[in-house]
Write a protein that binds this ligand. Structure first.
Ligand SMILES: Nc1nc(=O)c2c([nH]1)NC[C@@H]1CN(c3ccc(C(=O)N[C@@H](CCC(=O)O)C(=O)O)cc3)C=[N+]21
Length: 287
């Protein structure tokens, strides 16, 4: 039986630390605030929004939701984002992605000020992450992966980390963050030859392909730590969701594994708040 690396104690520890930092800011008359930008009402956006609001409330931070109709035009939306970006009382901005197809998302992302870009939507943030610049916020999900590894004292120095998936929001930044901790990192993907064999070489396997239960018993070996980033509709249980890892098949083999739900996803809103508090501290010359 593998040890379950659950997200809740990790998120709780982050929130506990943030409560103190928020109180320190408030004592100076500063209230950290997250701006949440949503176009339309996609269910996974609303779900994440609900979690973000709850986390903000639990640590004494403020938030404001900016909601726009599904058919908003490019020019109006660019103007709105620019105004939110300029607001002195807003320190972090989360804009839900993807935007509706008629909008030029690349252009709109570029209008978010990099110092408020707490979920790495801009090229400026991506560059900072790539260059190990401490003022650059990596996306919340790969940061949550690193928080889990740190909380459970999983050594990374000199270890083999295999990242399955190469997306801009998870796979690529996860590889950079693991490299920063001196892991030996392999990025693999759908075109990788002998994919199960490559994954089996990992000490730490990070599954971030977005395909339900794709990681089966032939992808793992005893002793391995498996971090499952996937949030997919469960093909076997309508209305439920599951990870990229076939938990029932993999869990009996490996040493440690994150569950879905209740794993990486449950740490992301705590990271979002951590980034916003840090942005607030930096913007006020306190960090
Ligand atoms: N710019 C941007 N960044 C995002 O991070 C982003 C986005 N746009 N658009 C929408 C999706 C959706 N999303 C989810 C995150 C966690 C759960 C989730 O289920 N989290 C918990 C469950 C709830 C909990 O326990 O707190 C879990 O996995 O256990 C779901 C959905 C992020 N998104």
């Amino acid at each position: 039986m593998a040890e379950r690396l659950t997200g809740k104690p990790v998120a709780d520890a982050i929130k506990e630390e943030l409560k103190g930092r928020v109180a320190d800011l408030k004592a100076k008359g500063i209230v950290p605030k997250l701006g949440i930008v949503r176009v339309g009402a996609r269910s996974d956006d609303l779900y994440y929004e609900g979690g973000a609001k709850k986390t903000c409330e639990s640590i004494g931070m403020e938030y404001e939701v900016f909601e726009y109709p599904q058919d908003i035009d490019q020019e109006s939306f660019e103007k709105a984002i620019t105004e939110i970006g300029a607001r002195k009382d807003i320190h972090g901005i989360l804009m839900f992605s993807p935007l509706p197809k008629h909008l030029n998302e690349r252009k709109i992302r570029s209008l978010i000020p990099v110092e408020k870009d707490v979920d790495s939507l801009t090229l400026g943030s991506a560059g900072k992450v790539f260059a190990d610049d401490p003022t650059g916020f990596p996306p919340c999900t790969p940061t949550a992966v690193m928080e889990i590894l740190k909380y459970y004292n999983i050594p990374l120095e000199g270890k083999r980390a295999v990242v399955l998936g190469r997306s801009l929001v998870v796979g690529k930044p996860a590889a950079i963050l693991l490299l920063r901790e001196n892991a030996t990192v392999t990025i693999c993907h759908s075109r990788t030859k002998n994919l199960p064999e490559v994954c089996r070489e990992a000490d730490i396997l990070v599954a971030a392909v977005g395909r339900a239960k794709m990681v089966k018993e032939d992808y793992v070996k005893p002793g391995m730590v498996v971090i499952d980033v996937g949030i997919n509709e469960d093909p076997d249980n309508p209305g439920k969701y599951c990870g990229d890892v076939d938990f029932e098949k993999v869990e009996p083999i490996v040493d440690k594994i994150t569950p879905v739900p209740g794993g990486v996803g449950s740490v992301t809103t705590a990271v979002l708040c951590k980034h916003t508090v840090k942005a607030c501290e930096i913007l006020n010359g306190l960090a």
